[in-house]
Write a protein that binds this ligand. Structure first.
Ligand SMILES: N[C@@H](CCC(=O)N[C@@H](CS)C(=O)NCC(=O)O)C(=O)O
Length: 169
């Protein structure tokens, strides 16, 4: 076989493996819930922009240019409690969704039962959505604290399964 043929056969074998992964139901569930939580996180940018515009609270001088020049525009260079609240919610998403992405992927590859994996992914996504509502409405504590703890516990549970399956020190 020529080198080109060998390379092309290797490539199609790699493609076959990728297709197998996409055919894997746990991986598809992971891809679905990851996309949901990432879209939810991206929504935080839009909500931040909405509050910045409606509350007229900006951080960059160029963002206030449409409100006039000099001192009249300067007063819009300020912080606003609603904008800061969404930003804290967004930061909390980053602190929790990024670990979910990495640990969740390893978990999906560690061969869990589909039903168990779905319970993990659904509870995590639900908890992060509740956390966002609890932060933005805001709901009285311990609403936000509990929703955060549930999502956190799901990620720890997946990490435990990964280490139980794959520990190699
Ligand atoms: N970075 C977080 C770590 C602890 C945490 O995530 N707590 C949850 C439940 S109270 C939370 O919603 N914290 C608010 C936040 O991160 O802005 C913090 O500063 O609070």
């Amino acid at each position: 076989m020529t080198e080109a043929l060998v390379r092309s056969s290797l490539r199609s074998r790699e493609m076959a493996k990728l297709t197998q992964l996409i055919d894997n139901e746990v991986f598809r569930a992971y891809a679905t819930y990851t996309t949901i939580v990432l879209l939810k996180m991206m929504l935080m940018s839009l909500i931040t922009a909405y509050f910045r515009i409606t509350r007229k609270a900006f951080v960059n001088p160029e963002d206030t240019a449409s409100f006039g020049k000099g001192e009249s525009a300067k007063k819009y260079l300020r912080t606003d409690p609603d904008v800061e609240r969404v930003r804290r919610g967004h930061l909390n998403d980053l602190e929790n969704i990024v670990p979910f992405l990495g640990i969740g992927l390893l978990y999906a590859l560690s061969g869990p039962e589909l039903s168990t994996a779905l319970v993990h992914f659904r509870i995590f996504a639900g908890a992060r959505i509740v956390h966002t509502f609890a932060y933005l409405i805001p709901l009285p504590q311990p609403g936000r604290g509990l929703s955060w703890a549930v999502g956190y516990a799901v990620t720890i549970s997946m990490a435990y399964k990964v280490l139980k399956t794959a520990l190699y020190l």
